[in-house]
Design a binder for this molecule. Structure first.
Ligand SMILES: *[C@@H]1O[C@H](CO)[C@@H](O)[C@H](O)[C@H]1NC(C)=O
Ligand SMILES: *[C@@H]1O[C@H](CO)[C@@H](O)[C@H](O)[C@H]1NC(C)=O
Ligand SMILES: *[C@@H]1O[C@H](CO)[C@@H](O)[C@H](O)[C@H]1NC(C)=O
Ligand SMILES: *[C@@H]1O[C@H](CO)[C@@H](O)[C@H](O)[C@H]1NC(C)=O
Ligand SMILES: *[C@@H]1O[C@H](CO)[C@@H](O)[C@H](O)[C@H]1NC(C)=O
Ligand SMILES: *[C@@H]1O[C@H](CO)[C@@H](O)[C@H](O)[C@H]1NC(C)=O
Ligand SMILES: *[C@@H]1O[C@H](CO)[C@@H](O)[C@H](O)[C@H]1NC(C)=O
Ligand SMILES: *[C@@H]1O[C@H](CO)[C@@H](O)[C@H](O)[C@H]1NC(C)=O
Ligand SMILES: *[C@@H]1O[C@H](CO)[C@@H](O)[C@H](O)[C@H]1NC(C)=O
Ligand SMILES: *[C@@H]1O[C@H](CO)[C@@H](O)[C@H](O)[C@H]1NC(C)=O
Ligand SMILES: *[C@@H]1O[C@H](CO)[C@@H](O)[C@H](O)[C@H]1NC(C)=O
Ligand SMILES: *[C@@H]1O[C@H](CO)[C@@H](O)[C@H](O)[C@H]1NC(C)=O
Length: 841
């Protein structure tokens, strides 16, 4: 340690003796009679940036550096309170460093919604906004009681690329368009609009970028160097983050543990400045980037991107990481400063971003002027919130098999149920990970017991249990009951943070038990639980098992939701938001291979590119009702441009494959430019076509049919743009609610200009000439139910020119002098992707 730094630190510890250090709980600055009262930061007539600058201008460099960590001590001399930046709220206010649930009574619980992967299956953006609004309301109530901060490190919006990913459960699924649309609705609800005077809370889009592996085959997230080509980068990994930054004005970002193409993301000025801030215009100065927890330390070891600890901290701060989750900045920036590796204006910039953000949250403003400061525990766990948690589970659950019409279950005549499996009496299991204290957890067993006689048996005994010790009660239960229901699958004992799966098959023990249960020849259903999919072919193909449901992690009322669907009190209409791959997928491609398209070492990934046969494809989901769908005549710039071609001006959105419109690309762009879309933030967001879809419940009003939701998924197909071409691409979706037998509902699907574009090898987003089809498929994703086609002619048009990395992406190879070269090696599969070989050591 240089002398200057230790003398600074010792003079600081004198101060610490007189003022309290970080205090428990949260307080607001005293802008009435505190030392800051006359600082402009307390003047609520000024803009946040001016106010933040005024505050930062009166801090010393040591005070500034002290406040660059996730646990900020504040500035006692100025009455600036301590603050914790790290709160979690993945599917409800969650236990985390900044969230303090009380042991009992008020604030001892908050609403616990399903895991995002199940909410993704609802394909209902209005539901997501409503859920996020409840979460931010409850978060504010906790904040008002000093039990939480205002910054929440949610959502996890990395696409669920590989079924083995332990944290895929935290995401809405595998499709980048779906995630982009979902996250926009989520941010609207969490932050209280896209440009509010006061944000409800600040959301944090994480993990930027290319993070979707925990620990696989010797490859660990802290050192993994994801090799991602620019085409996959822009087409697959970036869209949810673009939606957060460019289109939804999210308050914060988190950079990830991994490196991308050689550079740790938290130290990458190309990612954090060229792409995030400059290209996406995320420059309000009210927005900050935090590192994932201790990712700055990882820049030093194991990434070995910097040669000293001070340099790791300096390079990260300069790259644009404003807050360090952890203590590395607070620890090492003082020396980095005295060594001249950083200057005060870079520290100021980080602090100004942080405090502008708190100003936008009303932190320095009078409570009586702010609606959110009036919220209290009476706004937590309201009857509406309880209903919404139940509804979110019901909407997400996916019916995968229903042969012979076993479902909805007929429990009349006192039919009894054998409820069997390690999820049968699930409670906290239903919450997955990143959860808080729920008001209640209603298990499947609890729900079943409200309906009829239940014979319950746990077993076979967890994911890794090789013994048959717990199996005998299973046969007892099965023998006594009229109906057998097995609830099992996977849970956080095999998929979780820090833990990827190695298999995507059911365990042998579970299939053994399920197979023996099927031999009873009784009516039987299986409920598959867990966030990642498991290959359910043995269940799909067993003729004695009539029904299969996927129920993910359904949250506080999950058991009720499952049984309401099983018994027909609620109608299933969820769709798989991820591909269910066959078990041998894990032997075909290493998890470390980030490419999406098929290649010599990969069958391809996601419904767009996987060239094997999925067990159940993305978008799959059966109903109890039958539906027909048809397209109406569309409108929008595409239709306006089509009518310009006098030689053949058929309607561009002509119904069901009857006609073909021809549209000149230049006309389409001009129509987009001149349409009322000046409000859209980017030409990609131009609503090119507005397509009405009429959905009819063709059932008759008898006891065997019921009102049902219907999810409309619209896919684009065609061979335009660079080869190879995806099988299909989701470009619009919505959920129609509660369509009664014999009734019809018309929904409108907006297709943006960006939705029609493809991405070239340099990452440019381009509208190409070619033949385009928009299709809706049946519930098994096999047959085309409705189709409309059009042609784009003329020359291609670039909608978005992607910024190329300019800085050197090759590893700095400085080593640290403390560990030798080659100490941190990638695990098996880290170099086998057929891509550029892992650059690092
Ligand atoms: C910096 O933080 C440390 C540890 O919380 C504390 O002891 C010290 O007084 C702080 N220094 C200043 C200048 O706020
Ligand atoms: C949690 O809140 C209670 C009540 O305000 C407080 O007494 C306690 O110190 C807090 N705990 C923490 C860890 O902040
Ligand atoms: C703020 O300024 C006013 C007028 O100059 C003065 O009366 C007041 O004492 C100051 N308050 C504080 C907290 O410094
Ligand atoms: C401070 O450092 C940044 C990043 O290295 C640099 O861009 C900036 O010009 C420096 N500012 C001053 C005032 O030296
Ligand atoms: C909570 O807020 C409501 C108004 O929304 C108010 O009626 C009630 O008195 C408040 N409860 C407490 C304990 O302050
Ligand atoms: C329903 O069946 C159970 C045993 O399966 C029996 O104990 C109960 O009395 C029956 N109830 C009625 C109403 O028949
Ligand atoms: C089901 O789980 C709850 C909560 O853990 C427990 O209280 C109850 O005893 C369990 N029921 C049975 C039958 O094991
Ligand atoms: C199906 O059930 C019948 C009894 O009804 C049994 O004989 C047969 O073996 C079962 N088949 C399977 C695949 O379990
Ligand atoms: C999938 O793509 C790979 C690479 O192009 C190819 O080797 C393989 O034969 C394809 N498999 C199928 C089933 O088409
Ligand atoms: C009109 O459509 C025809 C194909 O039907 C196409 O060849 C021609 O280029 C189009 N003209 C313009 C101006 O778009
Ligand atoms: C459409 O607007 C964009 C952005 O304003 C502009 O760059 C482009 O030249 C315009 N294109 C046409 C055909 O008017
Ligand atoms: C749906 O259609 C199938 C096949 O035509 C028919 O067997 C079934 O009864 C229908 N279901 C309803 C609820 O109308």
């Amino acid at each position: 340690m240089p002398v200057t730094v230790s003398s600074v630190l010792s003079s600081l510890s004198c101060l610490a003796a007189i003022v309290p250090a970080v205090s428990a709980g949260f307080a607001f600055p005293d802008c009435v009679s505190g030392p800051l009262a006359n600082n402009s930061v307390c003047d609520d007539s000024l803009d946040p940036l001016t106010r933040a600058k005024a505050l930062v201008s009166v801090l010393t460099i040591q005070e500034k550096i002290n406040n660059t960590g996730s646990t900020s001590p504040g500035v006692p001399r100025l009455g600036l309170p301590a603050y914790t930046w790290w709160q979690e709220a993945l599917h409800g206010v969650a236990s985390s460093p900044g969230v303090n649930f009380s042991a009992k009574g008020d604030y001892s619980y908050a609403t616990s919604f399903p895991q995002p992967v199940l909410m993704g299956a609802a394909f209902d953006d209005e539901l997501i906004k409503a859920v996020a609004t409840v979460i931010s309301t409850e978060a504010r109530a906790f904040n008002n009681d000093g039990r939480a901060g205002l910054d929440f490190w949610t959502p996890n919006i990395n696409p669920f690329r590989d079924p083995r990913w332990g944290r895929g459960q935290e995401t809405p699924g595998e499709d980048p368009f779906h995630l982009s649309s979902y996250v926009r609705a989520l941010i609207d609800g969490l932050q209280g609009g896209y440009d509010p005077k006061y944000k409800r809370v600040v959301a944090t889009c994480k993990h930027f970028v290319g993070y979707d592996m925990e620990s696989w085959n010797g490859n660990i997230r802290y050192q993994f160097d994801a090799q991602i080509n620019m085409q996959d980068m822009v087409e697959y990994y970036m869209p949810p983050f673009k939606s957060c930054a460019r289109d939804s004005n999210v308050g914060a970002f988190m950079c990830s543990y991994n490196a991308v193409n050689g550079v740790p993301t938290c130290a990458d000025p190309w990612l954090l400045d060229d792409v995030l801030r400059k290209h996406w215009g995320w420059t309000n100065e009210e927005q900050w980037v935090t590192s994932d927890c201790d990712a700055i330390q990882n820049v030093f070891l194991p990434h070995e991107w910097a040669s000293t600890r001070e340099e790791a901290a300096a390079l990260s701060l300069i790259a644009g990481t404003d807050i360090n989750c952890g203590t590395y900045y607070q620890n090492h920036l003082p020396a980095a400063y005295s060594q001249g590796l950083i200057n005060e204006s870079t520290v100021d910039q980080a602090l100004i971003r942080q405090y502008s953000s708190l100003i936008r949250l009303g932190y320095f403003d009078p409570a009586e002027k702010q609606p959110y400061r009036q919220l209290n525990f009476s706004h937590v766990n309201t009857p509406e919130a309880q209903k919404l948690a139940y509804q979110a589970a019901v909407e997400g659950i996916v019916l995968l098999k229903n042969d012979g019409g076993l479902l909805p279950l007929d429990l009349r005549n006192n039919k009894s149920i054998a409820l069997i499996g390690d999820w049968a009496n699930a409670t906290t299991q239903m919450q997955g990970n990143y959860f808080g204290q729920p008001p209640y957890l209603r298990s499947p067993l609890h729900a079943a017991q409200q309906l009829t006689t239940v014979y319950y048996a746990t077993g076979p005994g967890g994911q890794g249990d090789p013994t048959t010790d717990h199996w005998l009660p299973v046969w007892d239960a099965a023998a006594k009951a009229d109906i057998i229901i097995y609830v099992g699958g996977i849970d956080n004992s095999v998929e979780s943070e820090g833990m990827d799966r190695h298999a995507v098959a059911w365990t042998g023990a579970q299939l053994d038990v399920i197979g023996q249960l099927a031999q009873y020849g009784k009516p039987m259903a299986v409920v598959q639980m867990g966030g990642g999919q498991i290959d359910s072919s043995p269940i799909k193909h067993n003729a004695n098992i009539s029904a299969l449901l996927w129920a993910g992690y359904p949250g506080q009322d999950g058991g009720t939701a499952i049984f309401d669907i099983l018994t027909g009190r609620a109608a299933p209409a969820g769709r798989l938001p991820i591909t269910q791959y066959p078990a041998d997928f894990v032997a075909q491609v290493p998890m470390t291979d980030m490419t999406l398209r098929p290649g010599p070492n990969s069958p391809g990934r996601t419904y767009k590119w996987y060239n094997g046969t999925a067990v159940y494809p993305f978008g799959y989901g059966l109903h109890y009702a039958n539906f027909s769908v048809s397209f109406g005549p569309g409108d929008g710039p595409l239709v306006a441009a089509a009518s310009k071609n006098k030689t053949k001006n058929t309607d561009a959105s002509d119904n069901n494959n009857k006609g073909t419109g021809v549209v000149h690309i230049a006309d389409l762009i001009a129509a987009c430019n001149s349409s009322s879309s000046s409000a859209v933030s980017h030409i990609e967001n131009c609503p090119a076509l507005n397509l009405p879809v009429t959905i009819r419940n063709t059932g008759t009003n008898t006891s065997s049919s019921s009102a049902s939701d219907y999810v409309a998924l619209l896919f684009l197909t065609g061979t335009f743009g660079p080869a190879p071409h995806p099988a299909r691409s989701l470009v619009a979706y919505t959920r129609a609610h509660n369509i009664a037998p014999g009734d019809t509902q018309t929904v409108r699907l907006p297709i943006t200009l960006g939705g029609l574009a493809r991405v070239d090898e340099r990452g440019n987003t381009i509208l190409y000439p070619g033949a385009y089809s928009l299709v809706m498929l049946d519930e098994e994703q096999k047959e085309v139910l409705a189709k409309t086609e059009f042609k784009l002619v003329g020359s291609e048009a670039v909608l978005d020119r992607w910024p190329q990395p300019t800085a050197s992406r090759t590893p700095r190879h400085k080593g640290t002098g403390e560990v030798g070269e080659g100490y941190f090696i990638g695990g098996f599969g880290s170099g086998s992707s057929g891509m550029v070989k892992q650059g690092a050591r």
